[in-house]
Write a protein that binds this ligand. Structure first.
Ligand code: RB5
Length: 148
Protein backbone atom coordinates (compact mmCIF):
# COMPACT_ATOMS: atom_id res chain seq x y z
CA UNK A 1 0.00 0.00 0.00
CA UNK A 2 1.12 3.58 -0.70
CA UNK A 3 0.88 5.72 2.43
CA UNK A 4 1.31 9.49 2.61
CA UNK A 5 2.74 10.80 5.86
CA UNK A 6 2.92 14.36 7.16
CA UNK A 7 3.66 16.17 10.40
CA UNK A 8 4.58 19.47 11.98
CA UNK A 9 7.78 20.44 13.79
CA UNK A 10 6.78 18.58 16.98
CA UNK A 11 6.80 15.21 15.29
CA UNK A 12 9.80 14.80 13.00
CA UNK A 13 11.34 11.96 15.02
CA UNK A 14 8.10 10.03 15.49
CA UNK A 15 7.29 10.48 11.78
CA UNK A 16 10.62 8.91 10.86
CA UNK A 17 10.08 5.98 13.21
CA UNK A 18 6.58 5.38 11.87
CA UNK A 19 7.79 5.66 8.26
CA UNK A 20 10.47 3.04 8.97
CA UNK A 21 7.85 0.84 10.63
CA UNK A 22 5.57 1.13 7.60
CA UNK A 23 8.42 0.28 5.25
CA UNK A 24 9.33 -2.73 7.39
CA UNK A 25 5.75 -3.93 6.76
CA UNK A 26 6.27 -3.61 3.00
CA UNK A 27 4.38 -0.35 2.46
CA UNK A 28 5.59 2.46 0.22
CA UNK A 29 5.81 5.74 2.14
CA UNK A 30 5.50 9.19 0.59
CA UNK A 31 6.82 11.88 2.93
CA UNK A 32 5.01 15.22 2.70
CA UNK A 33 7.14 16.82 5.42
CA UNK A 34 8.05 18.65 7.43
CA UNK A 35 11.55 17.49 8.16
CA UNK A 36 12.44 20.80 9.82
CA UNK A 37 12.34 21.39 13.56
CA UNK A 38 11.59 25.09 13.41
CA UNK A 39 8.05 25.99 14.35
CA UNK A 40 5.69 25.60 11.41
CA UNK A 41 1.95 25.46 10.73
CA UNK A 42 0.32 22.02 10.89
CA UNK A 43 -2.53 22.89 8.43
CA UNK A 44 0.03 23.00 5.61
CA UNK A 45 0.94 19.35 6.11
CA UNK A 46 -2.56 18.20 6.97
CA UNK A 47 -3.76 19.64 3.69
CA UNK A 48 -0.90 18.16 1.64
CA UNK A 49 -1.57 14.63 2.81
CA UNK A 50 -5.36 15.05 2.63
CA UNK A 51 -5.15 16.26 -0.97
CA UNK A 52 -2.89 13.34 -1.86
CA UNK A 53 -5.49 10.93 -0.43
CA UNK A 54 -8.35 12.76 -2.13
CA UNK A 55 -6.53 12.71 -5.47
CA UNK A 56 -5.58 9.02 -5.02
CA UNK A 57 -1.87 9.80 -5.24
CA UNK A 58 -1.63 7.66 -2.10
CA UNK A 59 -4.03 5.05 -0.72
CA UNK A 60 -4.19 6.31 2.87
CA UNK A 61 -2.62 8.97 5.05
CA UNK A 62 -0.97 9.30 8.44
CA UNK A 63 -0.64 12.69 10.17
CA UNK A 64 1.22 13.62 13.34
CA UNK A 65 1.32 16.85 15.30
CA UNK A 66 1.64 17.54 19.02
CA UNK A 67 -1.83 16.21 19.82
CA UNK A 68 -3.01 15.00 16.42
CA UNK A 69 -5.97 17.34 16.80
CA UNK A 70 -5.05 20.37 14.70
CA UNK A 71 -3.61 18.40 11.80
CA UNK A 72 -6.68 16.10 11.66
CA UNK A 73 -9.03 19.09 11.77
CA UNK A 74 -7.21 20.59 8.80
CA UNK A 75 -7.32 17.31 6.87
CA UNK A 76 -11.05 16.94 7.52
CA UNK A 77 -11.71 20.19 5.64
CA UNK A 78 -10.68 18.48 2.40
CA UNK A 79 -13.59 16.89 0.56
CA UNK A 80 -13.77 13.14 0.90
CA UNK A 81 -11.44 12.98 3.88
CA UNK A 82 -12.38 11.14 7.04
CA UNK A 83 -9.47 11.70 9.40
CA UNK A 84 -9.52 10.29 12.91
CA UNK A 85 -7.27 11.20 15.81
CA UNK A 86 -6.53 8.20 18.05
CA UNK A 87 -4.45 7.58 21.13
CA UNK A 88 -5.22 3.87 21.41
CA UNK A 89 -5.58 0.96 18.94
CA UNK A 90 -9.24 0.07 19.60
CA UNK A 91 -10.64 3.33 18.25
CA UNK A 92 -8.20 3.20 15.34
CA UNK A 93 -9.45 -0.27 14.34
CA UNK A 94 -13.13 0.63 14.74
CA UNK A 95 -12.67 3.90 12.87
CA UNK A 96 -11.70 1.87 9.81
CA UNK A 97 -14.27 -0.89 10.25
CA UNK A 98 -17.23 1.42 10.94
CA UNK A 99 -16.27 4.86 9.67
CA UNK A 100 -14.04 4.03 6.68
CA UNK A 101 -11.40 6.51 7.82
CA UNK A 102 -8.80 7.28 5.20
CA UNK A 103 -6.41 9.26 7.40
CA UNK A 104 -5.09 8.34 10.85
CA UNK A 105 -3.72 11.06 13.11
CA UNK A 106 -2.05 10.94 16.50
CA UNK A 107 -0.03 13.17 18.77
CA UNK A 108 3.67 12.87 19.41
CA UNK A 109 3.09 14.63 22.75
CA UNK A 110 0.40 12.08 23.60
CA UNK A 111 1.64 8.65 22.52
CA UNK A 112 5.08 7.05 22.59
CA UNK A 113 6.64 5.28 19.65
CA UNK A 114 5.54 1.76 20.55
CA UNK A 115 1.94 2.76 21.22
CA UNK A 116 1.92 4.75 17.97
CA UNK A 117 3.05 1.62 16.10
CA UNK A 118 0.26 -0.39 17.71
CA UNK A 119 -2.27 2.27 16.68
CA UNK A 120 -0.94 2.27 13.11
CA UNK A 121 -0.91 -1.54 12.97
CA UNK A 122 -4.50 -1.78 14.21
CA UNK A 123 -5.69 0.82 11.70
CA UNK A 124 -3.89 -0.65 8.70
CA UNK A 125 -4.94 -4.18 9.64
CA UNK A 126 -8.64 -3.32 9.71
CA UNK A 127 -11.08 -3.15 6.80
CA UNK A 128 -14.29 -1.21 6.30
CA UNK A 129 -17.23 -3.52 7.00
CA UNK A 130 -19.75 -1.76 4.75
CA UNK A 131 -23.41 -2.68 5.25
CA UNK A 132 -25.16 -0.47 7.81
CA UNK A 133 -21.91 1.39 8.28
CA UNK A 134 -21.87 2.40 4.63
CA UNK A 135 -25.28 4.02 5.03
CA UNK A 136 -23.93 6.12 7.88
CA UNK A 137 -20.73 7.06 6.09
CA UNK A 138 -22.86 8.06 3.08
CA UNK A 139 -24.84 10.31 5.45
CA UNK A 140 -21.59 12.01 6.49
CA UNK A 141 -20.71 12.51 2.83
CA UNK A 142 -24.16 14.04 2.25
CA UNK A 143 -23.52 16.60 4.99
CA UNK A 144 -20.30 17.49 3.20
CA UNK A 145 -22.23 18.07 -0.04
CA UNK A 146 -24.61 20.46 1.79
CA UNK A 147 -21.66 22.78 2.43
CA UNK A 148 -21.26 23.56 -1.25
C1 RB5 B 1 2.26 23.01 18.12
O1 RB5 B 1 2.71 23.66 19.26
C2 RB5 B 1 0.93 22.32 18.42
O2 RB5 B 1 -0.08 23.28 18.61
C3 RB5 B 1 0.55 21.37 17.30
O3 RB5 B 1 1.56 20.44 17.12
C4 RB5 B 1 -0.71 20.56 17.53
O4 RB5 B 1 -0.70 19.93 18.76
C5 RB5 B 1 -1.97 21.25 17.24
O5 RB5 B 1 -3.07 20.68 17.32
Amino acid sequence: MKIGIGNDHTSVDLKREIAAYLESMGHEVVNYGTDERESCDYPVYGKKVACAVRDKVVDQGILICGTGVGISLAANKVKGIRAVVCSEPYSAKLSKEHNDTNILAFGSRVVGTELAKMIVGAWLGAEFEGGRHKRRVDMITAIEAERE
